[in-house]
Design a protein. Structure first.
Length: 213
């Protein structure tokens, strides 16, 4: 369990931090869509997501939260999003980060719990798509919300995809998006014999120390 986490709190499973004065890419359901690849180092269950983004200048929108987003998870197909594993609509809250995008627009950190948790195996290549879909914001499904680009992690991770409409017609692009995955690491129980052996060894060391006293 990570330091500072209370029992039951979700752990940060994966994180790509945003750049300062970032650019972004449009990701609005029904219009242009963004997706980013990731893999986890251990088996885990994703229960919540946070991500960073902003509204384009000229959109004339003051966000009223919560805002609906579509969250979709895909497997990997030749370094592009493949079969859709899971899709759900979430109501996201957000706070201004204090940073501004390259055009001066306020950057927000969006957060949402998943309605259905998603289990991911260690090393499984997957893709996450986050798309604004709230009918209360103007120009829904067109060009209003941008997903902020993330910091470069490593050349192998410097990969995202652009799609359209209903998560179709993906093509590869460079850079990363800014997002984080939260949840629970899988707990692998010790086999009974190994557990008993560990307890026995500890008791033996304790008795040995007692005889030396």
């Amino acid at each position: 369990m990570a330091a500072g986490l209370a029992r039951g709190d979700p752990a940060v499973l994966y994180e790509q931090r945003p750049r300062v004065n970032s650019y972004g890419s449009f990701s609005n359901y029904g219009g242009s869509l963004g997706a980013d690849n990731f893999s986890l180092s251990v088996d885990a269950t994703i229960t919540a997501i946070h991500w960073y983004g902003y509204y384009a200048s000229g959109t004339a929108v003051t966000p009223v939260f919560p805002i609906d987003f579509n969250i979709a998870l895909f497997d990997d197909a030749d370094d592009l999003p493949g079969i859709r594993i899971n899709v759900q609509t979430v109501s996201a809250t957000a706070v201004a980060t204090g940073d501004a995008a390259h055009d001066g627009q306020a950057v927000y950190r969006f957060e949402a719990d998943l309605g259905t948790a998603i289990s991911i195996a260690a090393g499984q290549p997957a893709w996450l798509s986050v798309a604004e879909t709230d009918p209360a914001t103007p120009r829904a499904g067109e060009t209003q919300w941008l997903w902020s680009w993330g910091l470069f992690v490593a050349p192998a991770d410097n990969r995202k995809a652009i799609g359209a409409g209903d998560w179709e017609d993906w093509f590869a692009s460079t850079d990363d998006y800014a997002f984080g995955l939260l949840g629970n690491f899988a707990i692998v129980p010790l086999p009974g014999a190994l557990l008993l052996g560990t307890i026995g060894a500890a008791m033996g060391r304790w008795l040995y120390r007692r005889r030396l006293l």
